[in-house]
Design a protein around this ligand. Structure first.
Ligand SMILES: [Zn+2]
Length: 404
């Protein structure tokens, strides 16, 4: 058992949790000033003001954290952080006005990441991923979802799913790693159709790996020119037979009815949602599927942001994630992205914090965390500052610090 006390603020999000992360008002942030929390390895035992710590906890090992703010753990629920090479040159080309074709002609685009991922050996990919995760953790993020999907061959996708599992072991006890199988990220040129690639690679590989129990969710890029609705239904029903939950990259380029598909399959989340229509938003508002918005990607590509207000007002559970990847958002700092995006997305302060803690955790099926409340898992983030307001106010400044 441990006790943290003298915290300037504890952001509990208790009321937000009681509302299941929906229709949140500023008061639902639920702040305790001069707060204390008592917990063991598994759960939070007590939370309140430092002066009210119950007698039975008075003799515990105590950490005085004056000058700090404690929040529910920050969760980055959408990253593609295992990849070879980088595409910095391509970003400059884009700034200089090059279009997609020009970039492809100069050797950029997803094919270059595929080539660099395929040629990089396991140990080197692992080492780079460890360094990336350590950097993400330094921003206060305690749980990270990682997708496979830059190799797109049977053997190398298998290797990367196992690599993500090794990352999970490597960080066990410190960080939670969530392993998402995204072999259906794009269709390699060698295959005549998405259906053909799905039947030859994605589904047989999923069936081979599922018994190892290392895949936490299956994901698919459901877009025109990538994977169709029938491809997606086929993969999601296979996953569901194997007892593996799903996520969908949905409605980024078109209103492809991806959000509705995700709700029908009880997916954990549908992500991007730049073009989702009112019918999709309505279905999300009545479903437990989390609507995950990725504003960093829209910024990076110079596209308009998703209409967050529509999802929030309808009562959908909205999360924000980084989408950290080499091509469309090379920013790994979720707190920075959320801070910059909040005003344009017209999100109130509780909606922002719930989107990177409570609702992001729900997008990974981590339902026993996301608030500082008795009975929940003791998953916290700690910041060295006087008030939670400073964190979103000071764009890009890192207040996060290690939990004692
Ligand atoms: Zn993505």
């Amino acid at each position: 058992m441990k006790c943290y006390k003298d915290l300037n603020q504890i952001i509990t999000l208790s009321k937000a949790k009681a509302k299941n992360g929906r229709k949140l008002s500023p008061e639902d942030l639920d702040v305790i000033h001069n707060g204390a929390v008592v917990f063991n390895n598994d759960e939070i035992l007590w939370c309140g003001k430092t002066e009210s710590i119950p007698q039975q906890y008075q003799d515990l090992p105590t950490h005085s954290l004056s000058g700090h703010v404690l929040t529910p753990e920050i969760v980055d629920s959408h990253t593609h952080l295992v990849f070879g090479g980088n595409r910095a040159f391509e970003y400059s080309l884009r700034l200089n006005g090059a279009d997609y074709e020009e970039i492809a002609r100069q050797g950029g685009g997803i094919l270059s990441t595929m080539k660099n991922t395929l040629t990089e050996d396991f140990d080197s990919l692992l080492k780079t991923a460890v360094a990336r995760i350590e950097r993400i953790s330094s921003y206060g993020v305690g749980s990270i979802e990682i997708k496979s999907g830059y190799a797109l061959t049977y053997e190398k996708e298998k290797e990367i799913t196992r690599l993500i599992h090794m990352l999970k072991d490597h960080f066990r006890g410190k960080l939670n790693i969530f392993n998402t199988f995204l072999a259906a990220h794009a269709v390699p040129k060698e295959f005549q159709s998405s259906q053909n690639y799905l039947e030859k690679v994605v589904i047989p590989l999923l069936e081979e790996l599922a018994p190892e129990g290392i895949i936490d969710a299956v994901d698919i890029f459901h877009e025109v020119g990538y994977f169709s609705t029938s491809d997606t239904e086929k993969l999601l029903s296979t996953a569901s037979k194997l007892g593996i939950p799903s996520k969908i990259h949905a409605d980024e380029f078109n209103d492809n009815k991806g959000a509705m598909l995700a709700c029908r399959y009880n997916s954990l989340s549908c992500d991007h949602l730049l073009k989702t229509g009112d019918d999709g938003i309505d279905m999300l508002s009545k479903s437990d599927t989390v609507a995950t918005l990725l504003p960093g990607t829209a910024f990076f590509l110079g596209k308009p942001l998703a209409n967050a207000r529509k999802f929030l007002d309808a009562g959908a559970k909205v999360a924000l994630a980084s989408d950290y990847n080499p091509g469309s958002c090379h920013c790994d700092n979720l707190v920075l992205i959320a801070s910059i995006a909040a005003k344009s997305l017209e999100m109130n302060i509780t909606e922002v914090w719930a989107a990177i803690t409570l609702n992001a955790a729900a997008a990974l099926c981590y339902n026993q965390q996301g608030a500082v409340e008795v009975g929940l898992r003791p998953r916290f983030s700690l910041f060295k500052c006087d008030s939670v307001d400073e964190i979103t106010y000071s764009w890009g400044r890192n207040f996060a610090t290690t939990l004692p």
